[in-house]
Ligand binder design. Structure first.
Ligand SMILES: Nc1nc2c(ncn2[C@@H]2O[C@H](COP(=O)(O)OP(=O)(O)O)[C@@H](O)[C@H]2O)c(=O)[nH]1
Ligand SMILES: [Mg+2]
Length: 363
């Protein structure tokens, strides 16, 4: 046993853990690095040349909450917009553990072998809390991470899924301007995020496991309805038979849904991301979808409708932000809230009064 004499004193412990203070030289270095943030024009030029660093820096501006950065980001996006027509955007959803990251590694590898440039963005509000999935993603996308033709960006941390989704949408535009042809957007299939992601992709792919019901997997019915294809992952080893059965079940279930507006009939496939089996067939299906919808014009029309949706959505967000952010409105809101709760005034009249107040404030 150690004698208590050998125990370090509290002071000694403190000395050990005190961080070394930053020297003046180091401080200057940090300052000069900060100053080096490139100008808007430099960033645009870099992005259009396919420079990954410029792209990453621009996305950081998009994700920033600093109003100056937002302004700069908007300028960059405006100039990048016209470069986004040749890309395809694919949403990949499914519960944690279904194998999204592994699928992207395998599917992405196939796309690379076809000579395509690939960007992977994640919309996963949970990852900003637990960091766990980012760590998992890095290890599961080992080959993609190393590839010079691949750009991978983990989720922006954000308080609301709406905020995260908007930032992802803007990041898509930047990736496309940097001539990434295929954009994969990974999202967890349990919350609101897939509705938002569905509104920004051309194709929505749902990954499922065999032998677990939708309820068990935490998948909401609406998500199955949104899917353009369902892929049963982990169809390998002992699981192959069950995967085949699940495929049949989903095929029958999908017949119960009304046909899609663009005439596409959602398909069910199976694959093994680990063994890279069935991956080629999934790409062939998607390729057929893009060829058909581009030919019919539904592809372009869908993007137009999505643009309108994001415009209206953003107007709504900004109005709310401005309205609830106004201190005077906040005070009035509290006042009317109390009166509504005490049955002194109807909720409708109180709401009208509050809006009247704000209108007068604006004048
Ligand atoms: N057997 C098998 N395991 C897989 C397959 N795809 C993923 N996994 C495993 O499932 C776990 C979760 O995978 P991950 O890609 O991180 O799932 P995510 O949370 O949906 O991104 C990991 O342990 C993977 O190795 C597959 O096709 N077959
Ligand atoms: Mg993952």
């Amino acid at each position: 046993m150690k004698s208590p004499k050998n125990k370090p004193t509290l002071k000694q412990l403190r000395n050990l853990t005190d961080p070394p203070s930053l020297s003046e030289g180091a401080r200057q270095k940090v300052r000069s690095l900060r100053k080096k943030t490139p100008s808007t024009q430099e960033l645009i030029k870099g992005i259009l040349e396919g420079n990954k660093t410029a792209l990453a820096q621009a996305i950081t501006l998009v994700e920033s909450t600093n109003p100056d950065h937002s302004q700069q980001a908007n300028d960059i996006i405006d100039q990048c917009l016209s470069h986004s027509t040749q890309s395809i955007r694919i949403g990949i959803t499914g519960v944690p553990g279904v194998g999204k990251s592994s699928f992207i590694e395998s599917f992405g590898g196939h796309l690379i072998s076809l000579g395509k440039k690939l960007a992977v963005l994640a919309v996963d509000p949970s990852s900003s809390i637990s960091k766990g999935s980012i760590l998992g993603d890095k290890t599961r996308m080992q080959e993609l991470v190393k590839n010079p033709d691949v750009f991978i960006r983990p989720s922006p941390s954000g308080t609301s899924i709406g905020g995260v989704a908007r930032k992802t949408r803007e990041s898509i535009i930047l990736c496309e301007a940097a001539s990434y042809e295929v954009i994969l957007i990974e999202t967890v299939g349990v919350g609101q995020s897939e509705t938002a992601v569905h509104g920004m992709v051309d194709f929505f792919l749902l990954l499922q496991l065999a032998g677990a019901g939708d309820e068990l997997q935490g998948i909401k019915r609406g998500i199955v309805e949104m899917a353009d294809a369902i892929v049963i992952n982990k169809a390998d080893g002992d699981n192959i038979k069950r995967a085949q059965l699940a495929k049949g079940e989903y095929q029958r279930a999908l017949h119960l849904y009304p046909p899609k507006e663009n005439g596409w009939v959602p398909q069910v496939l199976d694959c093994s991301s680990i063994e890279s089996r069935g991956i080629k067939e999934i790409w062939e299906l998607l390729d057929r979808y893009f060829t058909e919808t581009r030919r019919s014009g539904h592809f372009q029309e869908n993007r137009r409708v999505q643009n309108r949706y994001w415009f209206l959505q953003t107007v709504e967000d900004l109005l709310k932000l401005r309205f609830y952010g106004d201190r005077k409105v906040q005070k009035q809101l509290k006042k009317w809230e109390g009166r509504v709760m005490d049955h002194e005034i109807s909720p409708f009249r109180a709401a009208a009064k509050l809006l009247e107040f704000q209108q007068k404030e604006l004048k």
